[in-house]
Design a protein around this ligand. Structure first.
Ligand SMILES: Cc1ncc(C[n+]2csc(CCOP(=O)(O)OP(=O)(O)O)c2C)c(N)n1
Ligand SMILES: [Mg+2]
Length: 697
């Protein structure tokens, strides 16, 4: 067991003083509004940060929560860069894009704070999983407060960490309060170590003001985690010496308890301990404090001298740039690769060898190909090692082993978080969430963690993961297994959203999604799963963000997604029979959106229909219509028509569900209305020369 020696005690005292001086200086700066946003200080908890992080290597990864300054500093983040971040300056750790609650210092293994209570827990599991896949001996530590323990993420994560025996150390700073409310009003279980008892992990509760005790308890866990064991839980009973946030009026405070806690101050106790043991004399202890103060003053000067970011400095950090990822391939041409299309087949004739496969088989092949080519690719999800309900992952566990194809419990939030943490650690996870209806349970991870990590870290972290899910009505499965919720995720900067409409597209797009350095939501419509299609045996990768023009026509543009692409082609056939030539475009990816191809087409045809299976109201079609209008208003000869589902949940009864699902008939009708559109008398736009025919004449 590692116990404190004189040198370590002095080092720990130095770290606690550096954190204490930093936090008190930040409090003063907040009063004059020189640091920004919600500021949660760790005064009273310095000993935990110091005793834990002092024993870690740079390669060991720490995740933290909203009260993170001390953890970042103890893990090695330079105080001047932390200060600059709090002041929103370019030299901040995260270029001023993260702030107090989102500090990241990747090089020092500080993978970040999070402002969402409990949201960091599953990320730590993913990092630990990555260490195991790499066969490394790195250990992951996650700090959190007692408030996080009542959150779903906590229970999902502890269960999963115990199940997978991950080398992760949960460090709970139990200060007995969450914001303004005491623990006794949150739960009947006083100690967090009791909460995790049923999972059988090793756990210990120590006084958060007793730095030697924290050091020893953590050291013992670390040694075992280093050898690949885990998980462990260390609970430190601390006291929050300041308000929940700076500016908190603290009406809930008990003055008697305050006095007691002042006596138990961890910095003062450690200092006294070191002096009593003869490890330090009072003079050198005072010098440590003075040096810390001087360092923090230098940090303030550094931060003040650092400029604010220039306007426009944020946008480049929304997405990580794909490097070394050759993405090419045909993206336009009549009837290319679409099973519902008529006419020439794209891969016929003297092309590469073909085989006929279903959409779901194409997904399976694409996954297998990616896993063969890159050992960083892993597949995680419910039943994936068994193939899943549609056999999309069939055979992968046999070929690649259960270390790379991981069945999970029904914990969508934690599973998504594991994928994020693993991706941040360098793996390329493909997580499966069976129905898009259930991403509701993973949205915090997807929206608040995956989508924002690259941005908030100022480009230090990236999240190369794919979340595969299925959508769509038609199987009489009802309102909770049939939705098309892609618009929700297409609203989030930092995510990419892909909706393939054919097996060929699914293969090519999935390969690109896995290679992409950003989180990609890959939405497969189950109604397409068992359609058969000719595919080349080595399909090309298709670039994300390039639309596919499946059919050319001069009179109207139909932009359709996923299942509706086939319906759009069918509608186009019917329109052609009436003398109207429709151009059919599949955006393939909603984010990024190939507006150039779409708007270019509408500028030529002067008319547009946008069609998807999702509810029309608030659907992605609304966004398409707005963007088309912005780019082509001067050429529009009729209002853009939207096709989507009615504003009801999906019904089960067959005639009701059939009526609910939009299809070729609705697209045809919408196109006819655009063609036959009559401007009200006297309201006609100046007759355009868009190239479309004037059907009014
Ligand atoms: C999911 C979520 N809910 C609510 C909040 C608002 N909030 C911020 S900190 C906090 C209290 C957290 O308490 P605890 O985890 O014990 O940490 P402490 O502040 O005591 O260090 C709350 C409720 C949040 N940030 N995230
Ligand atoms: Mg708390």
């Amino acid at each position: 067991m590692r116990t404190l020696d004189p040198q370590t005690a002095a080092d720990l005292l130095r770290t606690t003083w550096r954190i204490r001086c930093f936090e008190e200086r930040v409090a003063a700066l907040k009063r004059t509004l020189q640091v920004h946003g919600l500021i949660h200080l760790s005064v009273g908890g310095e000993g935990v940060a110091a005793a834990v992080c002092a024993q870690l290597r740079d390669e060991d990864v720490v995740y933290s929560g909203h009260r993170a300054h001390g953890h970042a500093i103890a893990k090695g983040a330079p105080t001047e860069r932390v200060m600059a971040e709090l002041m929103g300056r370019v030299d901040g750790l995260c270029r001023g894009l993260g702030g107090s609650m989102h500090l990241v210092d990747r090089d020092r293994g500080f993978f970040g704070a999070t402002g969402v209570v409990g949201g960091n827990l599953p990320l730590a599991l993913g990092n630990a999983l990555a260490a195991r896949v790499r066969a490394g001996d790195e250990v992951t530590v996650v700090f959190f407060g007692d408030g996080a323990v009542q959150a779903g993420h906590f229970h999902e994560s502890v269960n999963l960490a115990a199940l997978w025996r991950l080398p992760v150390i949960f460090v709970c700073e139990n200060n007995g309060v969450a914001e303004f409310t005491s623990r006794s009003e949150h739960t009947t279980v006083e100690l967090v170590s009791d909460v995790v008892a049923p999972y059988g992990l090793q756990r210990e509760t120590v006084a958060g003001s007793d730095v030697p005790a924290i050091f020893e308890a953590f050291g013992a866990f670390l040694e075992r985690a280093r050898a690949g064991n885990g998980p462990f839980l260390l609970e430190c009973l601390t006291h929050r010496r300041r308000g929940h946030y700076e500016g908190d009026p603290e009406r809930y405070r008990d003055p008697v308890a305050e006095e007691e806690w002042r006596r138990r101050d961890p910095v003062a106790r450690l200092q006294a301990h070191a002096i009593e043991n003869g490890w330090l004399d009072p003079g050198s202890a005072g010098a440590i404090e003075r040096e810390a103060q001087a360092e923090i003053e230098r940090a303030v000067r550094f931060a003040r001298e650092s400029p604010y970011p220039e306007p426009g400095a944020a946008e480049p950090f929304v997405y990580a740039l794909a490097v070394g990822c050759p993405e090419k391939g045909p993206h336009t041409g009549p009837y290319l690769g679409h099973p519902s299309a008529t006419g020439a087949r794209p891969h016929g004739g003297a092309g590469p060898p073909e085989s006929e496969v279903t959409f779901v088989r194409a997904i399976n092949d694409a996954l297998a190909r990616a896993m063969r080519a890159d050992e960083r690719v892993i597949v995680i999800g419910e039943d994936v090692a068994e193939g899943g309900p549609y056999m999309a992952t069939a055979g992968l566990a046999d070929e690649f082993g259960r270390d790379r194809v991981l069945n999970t419990p029904i914990s969508e939030g934690a599973v998504c978080g594991v994928a994020i943490g693993a991706a941040q650690a360098g793996l390329r996870p493909v997580v499966e969430i069976m129905f898009i209806d259930f991403i509701t349970l993973a949205l915090d991870q997807l929206v608040n963690q995956a989508a924002k990590a690259h941005f908030m870290s100022g480009g230090q972290l990236s999240v190369p993961m794919v979340l595969r899910t299925t959508c769509g009505a038609g199987s009489r499965s009802g309102a909770q297994h049939s939705q098309s919720l892609e618009a929700w995720v297409a609203h989030v900067p930092g995510l990419k959203v892909v909706m393939p409409s054919s097996a060929a597209d699914a293969t090519g797009l999935l390969a690109s999604a896995i290679a992409d350095p950003n989180p990609v939501v890959f939405v497969e419509n189950r109604a397409l799963y068992f359609r058969r299609e000719q595919l080349p045996e080595a399909p090309e990768r298709l670039q994300l963000g390039r639309a596919h023009t499946l059919r050319f026509g001069a009179d109207i543009t139909i932009v359709a997604t996923s299942r509706l692409v086939g319906d759009a082609l069918e509608a186009a056939d019917r329109l052609a029979a009436g003398g109207v030539q429709a151009e059919v475009i599949d955006p393939r990816t909603l984010l990024p959106l190939d507006l150039e191809t779409i708007a270019g087409s509408v500028r030529r045809t002067g008319r547009a229909v946008v069609a998807h299976e999702a509810v029309t109201l608030g659907g992605f079609g609304a966004e398409l219509a707005a963007q088309i209008q912005d780019a082509a208003l001067d050429r529009l000869e009729a209002p853009i028509q939207r096709v989507g589902a009615p504003f009801t949940p999906v019904p089960v009864s067959p005639p009701l569900e059939d009526a609910y699902r939009p299809g070729a008939g609705e697209i045809y009708a919408a196109a006819r209305s655009a063609i036959e559109w009559d401007w009200p008398e006297g309201k006609e736009p100046p007759l355009t020369t868009a190239g479309g025919r004037d059907f009014r004449s």
